[in-house]
Design a protein around this ligand. Sequence first.
Ligand SMILES: CC(C)(COP(=O)(O)OP(=O)(O)OC[C@H]1O[C@@H](n2cnc3c(N)ncnc32)[C@H](O)[C@@H]1OP(=O)(O)O)[C@@H](O)C(=O)NCCC(=O)NCCS
Length: 158
Amino acid sequence: MDIEPLSIGRIGEVIDLVSTGAPYLTARTWSDYWAYATLFSSTCPLAVDGARVVGSVVAFRSQDQPGDIYVQDVVTDPGHRRQGITRALLDTVAGRGREWGCRRLYLTSEPGNRTAHAAWTALGFTNVVGDRSFGDISAVTDYKGPGRTRAVYELSLS
Ligand SMILES: CC(C)(COP(=O)(O)OP(=O)(O)OC[C@H]1O[C@@H](n2cnc3c(N)ncnc32)[C@H](O)[C@@H]1OP(=O)(O)O)[C@@H](O)C(=O)NCCC(=O)NCCS
């Protein structure tokens, strides 16, 4: 398994891969991935097995809060899950964040995404306490705008 930065030549594969993350993920547009590949590639690592992309993380360092790196999308090919791919990709992003002196990674997921919750907590993220609960998952009402309630997670880099 190799890890490489997102590149323009891989965009079609990444769109196909992200589509396998339904119903929790929807592929962004080609133009979005072009921007990620040309402006943010060092925090957008891919896992490549042979010639095939089997994992993707899209993350950005905040310009408003430079100590923060926001992880936007995480997906592993269904046939490659539970093999440590997300762990390796998020480690890559965390390592870059530490080089920059960032203080945390953070991300959100839908409160019903129990697999994601299991992954984030296993990887050391804390579920930030919100204003409502879905079983043992805490969420923030309308975090991303009306109707977009999300569970929020953070990982300290210090
Ligand atoms: C969530 C997701 C990205 C995890 O990717 P992954 O590559 O399988 O994760 P890893 O193999 O690195 O798992 C790391 C740890 O998370 C936990 N974990 C991951 N998937 C789990 C599951 N289905 N059930 C319970 N624990 C799980 C485990 O503790 C695992 O370590 P272990 O296998 O040594 O026990 C993957 O399931 C996925 O692509 N889901 C669909 C898209 C999605 O929901 N993305 C998140 C939306 S924000």
